[in-house]
Design a protein around this ligand. Structure first.
Ligand SMILES: [Zn+2]
Length: 459
């Protein structure tokens, strides 16, 4: 036994942060020098958010604080709606590609489920109170770890962000989501099928959507073009026909689920947008004409700049075929992102956490602003825009009366220094204080550091 592995677990036990013990009807007033309300184009000075139970009852500049309220003065900080990340894989850890491929064949799904608990905590402690978790493939298993993690968090068993989950991503034989790709044919028995998210032809795609929804998916994820971290496809080729995409979107929308598609390539992107998908994930090679089509259709772009950034930083850790694809995607994405800004495409904030360590989601903000996005718009992408994409604007995304009390604070002024988002110091989710001060030391540990490397992120 490796005793060093025990230390992080022990640390978790000793270092539980301040969990709220406040009665359900207790009123809390959060004060800070500034407030970002999630929708305005400027910060508000002397911000106050009044919370009762799990709801915001008032928010704004110098709003009246009820006499019985517990006041938490956060000083020279900025209050913000809880951040959202529309592209995570909390149940996966792809930070060590080769080790992950092997580990996936060794670990049980129950061991995997326990091992991702720190990743959930790291994400919410970083200020991300809501995530859209777009794929939780477990090799040769139909256990829906993302569904069970979502439910465990909702019940308060595990500390983590509110999750909207996709379960398996849907894709074509030999495509980005085909888990048999890159292994000797037949090595793992029967071909992956609809129950594994692999579907060919409109009827099979329709059945795959129904299968995901039956198993608890909140959102449908599909791969319509090749990807970076898959061994046998080209990064930008289309992997569904227009007829398959039409079936995907029609069936999902009939079941009131939105559709997020992994897509690097331009042709696949154009066809997916025409089919009516709700968001394009990555979008590395999208041309201006395709971005214009997105703008006109109101399709969201989730850029996931962090994914290529992280892979490029440790390129030698990936097989040569993946290195070439990663560089091609990296080299194309900056111009694509600048064009998307210029054209006015709706940008949703999403990172592909799992490709890089969980809890570092906020580093995406600096990448967005470095490519020309205004800091206030980057902040809006992770609040109001993501709430719109997730279909939860009635409850989340802004600091307004009646919304759920997801409130965070970061030091200083994020419009002046966007990296303030990387130093979130206070996190409240549905009125419960998850963090007020330093993060849990163990929360910085990724699942891999806790003894599990995993495969299946889908950049
Ligand atoms: Zn992904």
């Amino acid at each position: 036994m490796n005793f060093t592995r025990l230390i992080p677990l022990f640390a978790i036990t000793l270092a539980l942060p301040v969990e709220s013990t406040i009665a359900a009807d207790q009123t809390i007033a959060l004060k800070a020098a500034r407030l970002f309300d999630g929708k305005s184009r400027a910060l508000i000075q002397n911000g106050v958010v009044v919370v009762q139970g799990d709801k915001i009852v008032d928010a704004g500049a110098n709003v009246a604080i009820p006499p019985d309220a517990q006041v938490i003065d956060l000083g020279d900080a900025t209050l913000s709606p809880g951040l959202m990340d529309a592209h995570t894989h909390i149940t996966l850890d792809y930070t060590n590609y080769q080790a992950t491929r092997l580990r996936e064949m060794q670990i049980s799904t129950s061991a995997k489920a326990y091992s991702v608990i720190p990743a959930a905590r790291a994400t919410v402690e970083a200020g991300f109170t809501t995530v859209r978790d777009v794929g939780a493939r477990t090799y040769r298993s139909h256990d829906c770890i993302d569904v069970s993690l979502r439910d465990a968090i909702a019940k308060g068993i595990v500390v983590g962000p509110r999750m909207f989950v996709a379960n398996y991503g849907i894709g074509a034989t030999g495509g980005h989501f085909d888990e048999a790709a890159g292994f000797r044919d037949g090595l793992f028995g029967p071909e992956p099928d609809v129950a594994d998210g692999i579907a060919d032809g409109p009827d099979a795609v329709r059945k795959a959507v129904r299968f995901e929804v039956r198993n608890g998916a909140d959102v449908i994820k599909a791969a319509v073009s090749g990807g970076v971290l898959s061994l046998t496809d080209e990064v930008d080729t289309p992997q569904f026909t227009p007829a398959e995409m039409a079936a995907l979107v029609d069936e999902s929308h009939r079941l009131r689920k939105k559709v997020a598609v992994h897509c690097h390539g331009d042709q696949a992107g154009r066809e997916a947008i025409e089919a009516g998908v709700d968001s394009i994930e990555h979008g590395s090679f999208l041309k201006p004409e395709t971005l214009t089509l997105m703008k006109n259709k109101g399709t969201f772009l989730t850029p996931t700049l962090m994914a290529a950034e992280y892979i490029k930083g440790k390129l030698e850790g990936y097989p040569p075929a993946l290195q070439a694809k990663a560089l091609a995607a990296y080299n194309a994405r900056s111009e694509m992102f600048r064009n998307a800004l210029k054209i006015g495409v709706k940008i949703s904030f999403g990172t592909d956490a799992a490709v890089f360590p969980h809890g570092q989601n906020a580093k995406e903000f600096r990448l967005m602003t470095d490519l020309g996005m205004a800091p206030i718009d980057a902040l809006k992408s992770a609040t109001a825009n993501d709430a719109e994409l997730l279909g939860v604007t009635q409850k989340l995304g802004t600091l307004e009366k009646g919304k759920l009390a997801d409130v965070i604070a970061m030091p200083g002024d994020p419009v002046q220094d966007i990296t303030a988002t990387e130093r979130v110091s206070f996190v409240m989710k549905e009125g419960k204080i998850i963090r007020n001060g330093p993060a849990t030391p163990a929360s910085a540990k990724t699942a891999a550091q806790n003894g599990m490397d995993e495969m299946g992120a889908d950049f």
